[in-house]
Design a protein around this ligand. Structure first.
Ligand code: NAI
Ligand code: MG
Length: 336
């Protein structure tokens, strides 16, 4: 069988470090991947004057699959978020974020097993802000029935296919009666077609409290864009941090795998980033391509390195480098 063609976006900050780690681990599974490196973010801005060149999007559309490092977006100024634009322009409407405890990682809870399904194309992330008068700014929060039904169908189909217990819709329809009201209404309509999957609704602030007190109160969390973003970091905190949680951005015929975390400029270039999230994103990518066994092998190898606990990166209290951790994962893969 020929090699899979996959686009690799190194990204900014720790992106090149953690994508390199993921690439090495994927190579160690024996699955042949032909990587097509495509620049997006600051590298592309420097070279082409555009942080998200159309040619880069075209490469991803053609390949259908990409592994992506985080891309930096400046706060309060500069170009709009490349991450958001990439998701919108490729029609990656579902952001799937499995948040699972890894035995051996110090965290407040054991056995966390949550899945966040985040609407990925609209909400506050349409990025439309206007100034009706000096000293006042309004942001548009767009919710449509099409996108809401599409993400609800995705969440329920995922739940049914994976034998999940329930879907909790996270909303603030008590305040945002019409926009979150529409999101909620769409979820209810879809839920009616899945009597075998539990259905619940939770206001976003109460959902945060539930998760912090007892993450097992929820199973799949179906969220509009902003709540999904915030709850993802919160949930990452429940299992030991941002270095551990992978994400898949899924559309029709296109999938981009990345980490929940950003470019971590505070530790970039030091060789100490935790590559676990990107390595696990690589495992999701292989499963997506049909390499389910190889994906599982990567997860098992990562789990083993944490169980042994000798090669932890500094974010988890260890003193190992990105490279040492990665090599331990590769060695564990070799033993399987
Ligand atoms: P961040 O997720 O980059 O970092 C938050 C904290 O977690 C930092 O202290 C960082 O050192 C730590 N951290 C994150 N990933 C880590 C890892 N793999 N290993 C060890 N420590 C890790 O969030 P921040 O600082 O708010 O954002 C930095 C930049 O990343 C911003 O420009 C933001 O827009 C961008 N970003 C990009 C994303 C993407 O490409 N999908 C997602 C989130 C943020
Ligand atoms: Mg985020």
């Amino acid at each position: 069988m020929g090699a899979y063609r996959v686009v690799l976006i190194p990204g900014d900050g720790i992106g090149p470090e953690v994508t390199r780690a993921a690439r090495r681990v994927i190579a160690a599974t024996g699955i042949a991947v032909e990587w097509e490196v495509v620049e997006v973010g600051h590298a592309a801005l420097g070279r082409y004057g555009d942080p998200l060149p159309e040619a880069a999007l075209e490469r991803i559309r053609e390949c259908g699959v990409a592994l992506k490092g985080p891309v930096t977006t400046s706060v309060g100024e500069g170009f709009p978020s490349v991450n958001v634009a990439l998701r919108q322009r490729l029609g990656l409407y579902a952001n799937l974020r499995p948040v699972r405890s890894i035995p051996g990682v110090f965290s407040r809870y054991r056995d966390v097993d949550l899945v966040i399904v985040r609407e990925n194309t609209e909400g506050l992330y349409v990025g439309v802000e206007r100034e009706p008068r000096a000293g006042a700014v309004e942001a548009v929060r767009r919710i449509t029935a099409e996108a809401s039904l599409r993400i609800a169908r995705f969440a329920f189909a995922y739940a049914a296919r994976n034998g999940r217990r329930s879907v909790t819709v996270v909303h603030k329809a008590n305040i945002l009666k019409r926009s979150d009201g529409l999101f909620l209404d769409c979820a209810r309509r879809v839920a009616a077609g899945y009597p075998g999957v539990g259905y619940r609704e939770r206001i976003v602030d109460a959902a945060c409290l539930d998760l912090v007190l007892d993450p097992s109160r929820h199973d799949i969390l179906l969220c509009p864009n902003l709540y999904g973003d915030i709850i993802s970091d919160l949930a990452a905190g429940l299992v030991g941090g941002l270095g551990l949680v992978p994400a898949a951005n899924l559309g029709d015929g296109v999938a981009v795998f990345e980490a929940v975390h950003g470019s971590a400029p505070d530790i970039a270039g030091k060789g100490i980033a935790n590559p676990t999230a990107l390595i696990l994103a690589g495992a999701m990518l292989l499963a997506h391509l049909g390499g389910v066994e190889a994906g599982r092998a990567i997860e098992a190898a990562v789990a083993r390195v944490y169980r042994e606990g000798k090669r932890l990166t500094p974010d988890l209290g260890g003193a190992s480098t990105t490279r040492e951790f990665t090599e331990a994962v590769i060695a564990a893969l070799g033993d399987m």
